[in-house]
Design a binder for this molecule. Structure first.
Ligand SMILES: [Zn+2]
Length: 509
């Protein structure tokens, strides 16, 4: 068998050093309780922190709760929020203009501008009409604005709150659009900013610095205390590392901030604005891991997201009148723990032991793919060895052959086309050992959870459209504005834009 329980607990203890620093060592329930006690019926100035776990299907919070107890001996802030009477709980429906299943660009546009657009577009209707997102509207009124993410900062979810592009993949066009619109910009994606990586040779960070932004590239630079009111932090070329890979790499732990650290740094800056702020915090890689059917990778990133919730709650306890909204933009692959039964386990009695195998995972599926690319023409035995070493899972010979065929893009006996890929096939195979099943490898139509605590929370205590979030913000910040919208009939007049081959590059790599 793979890693023993002691081995994985030792490994997780090493990981704890990176995560347990936030928010202090206090009990989860205490932190939520203090934030609840500090809640005022109105907040003036308004401070809103919206935390989005991208692609967080409804099964994720309970898996994360169990995973947190397994790995860290404590529950999650999100579950504690859902448990409490004084926290509003609701749901968003997430449709886009052209589909029941949204992508993050259309979802973030709905949240950020109150209008549904076609998948792939950011704040642009099919006829080219641009929409005004919430952050520029607030900035005009002197209200603080912030975007924090573990993806590239120019990725769809942050961009939906502040930028306008026809194609979400044009991140080099988004990079200059936050300038003097967003006060705090923290995440990955330096390759869309730096002159050496941009085709036009523009030195975008220098342009930010010229207007007073502090530019940070490491945790130490982020934490340097200054009285600067604007910060641009770029901590990786592309997306920031998966939490599970971050924890396993000493240099990354030192130089690359966690989502919680970025959240704390952004609140320190935004707190200085006497007119309040809107801060969007995205746990982006929950979505990416779900696309890869990577259960442990997804859960570690959900825990990193949960730590950011903790930082927001501690802030709210200190600053009464702060509203915290925790939600997602859409479901993804809908993971869940199946009832597993073995001969000696009793009915479904094997589920806990299957789930505990996730604790032995030492890297993301993304990292595993890099390892396998380095083993050109690997055998089924090689694959079994790598999975034993990396995930602590002992797959069978027939399973290894299926995964190997999927790697070589050969047809496999897996029936669902959703799973006809290496990660799709591997996800099904690992599910035999961890109990985690997936409905596919793409976004889903599910309603997503909302938990809200603070002034105005009652708005979120029901089923809402994702577009309602924008209207809530314009009301709360007293900046009346309505964007144009389009009906399905109107949309039909505009031909669907062909998806260019370059855009087929998955957004999670
Ligand atoms: Zn996605």
């Amino acid at each position: 068998m793979g890693a023993t329980r002691r081995e994985f607990l030792q490994w997780s203890a090493a990981g704890l050093a990176g995560l347990a620093l936030v928010p202090g060592e206090r009990a989860v329930a205490e932190v939520v309780s203090e934030a609840g006690a500090a809640r005022a019926s109105s907040g003036n100035p308004a401070r809103v922190i919206v935390l989005i776990s991208d692609g967080m299907s409804q099964g994720v919070p309970s898996l994360a709760e169990n995973f947190s107890k397994l790995m860290r001996g404590k529950g999650t802030y999100f579950a504690e929020m859902l448990r409490r009477e004084d926290v509003a709980r609701g749901l968003f429906e997430t449709y886009s203009l052209n589909s029941l299943v949204t992508d993050s660009a259309a979802a973030a546009t709905a949240l950020g501008s109150g209008t549904r657009v076609r998948n792939g577009a950011i704040n642009m209707l099919p006829d080219g009409t641009t929409l005004r997102p919430i952050l520029p509207l607030l900035k005009e009124r002197g209200i603080g604005t912030g975007l924090v993410t573990t993806a590239t900062v120019t990725h769809a979810t942050p961009a939906g709150f502040a930028a306008q592009v026809e194609r979400r993949g044009d991140e080099h066009l988004i990079a200059p659009q936050y300038l003097d619109v967003v006060d705090v910009v923290l995440g990955g994606g330096s390759r869309f900013f730096d002159s050496k990586d941009r085709r036009d040779g523009r030195d975008v960070p220098a342009e930010y610095a010229a207007t007073g932004y502090r530019v940070a590239r490491t945790t130490a630079e982020l934490n340097k205390s200054t009285d600067s009111a604007k910060v641009l932090g770029l901590f990786s070329e592309g997306h920031m590392p998966y939490t599970i890979d971050h924890l396993a790499d000493e240099q990354m732990r030192r130089d690359v901030p966690t989502l919680a650290e970025m959240t704390r740094a952004s609140l320190e800056v935004l707190d200085r604005n006497p007119d309040g702020f809107l801060l969007q915090v995205e746990g982006a890689r929950v979505d990416h891991a779900a696309h890869a059917n990577d259960a442990a990778g997804m859960l570690w990133d959900q825990l990193a997201f949960d730590d950011a919730i903790g930082v927001a709650l501690e802030y709210a306890a200190k600053r009464p009148g702060t509203l915290i909204v925790v939600t997602s933009d859409h479901g993804n692959s809908n993971p869940g723990l199946n009832g597993m039964t073995t001969e000696d386990s009793g009915f479904y009695g094997a589920s806990p032991a299957h789930f505990e195998r996730l604790a032995a995972s030492k890297c993301s599926v993304e990292h595993l793919e890099r390892v396998l690319r380095g083993k050109e023409g690997f055998s089924a035995e090689d694959l079994r060895d790598v999975l034993r070493e990396s995930f602590g899972v002992e797959i069978g010979g027939a399973e290894a052959e299926i995964a190997r065929a999927a790697w070589r893009r050969e047809p496999t006996p897996i029936l669902a086309t959703q799973h006809q890929s290496f990660v799709g096939a591997l996800g099904q195979i690992l599910g035999n050992h961890t109990g985690i099943g997936w409905c596919g490898t793409t976004h889903t139509e599910d309603l997503v959870l909302i938990a809200a605590l603070g002034p105005g929370q009652e708005t979120f205590g029901r089923l809402l459209r994702n577009t309602d979030f924008f209207r809530f913000c314009t009301k709360k910040f007293e900046c009346p504005f309505e964007n144009p919208s389009m009906t399905l009939e109107q949309m039909a007049r505009y031909a669907s834009r062909r998806v260019e081959p370059a855009e087929m590059v998955p957004h999670w790599t």
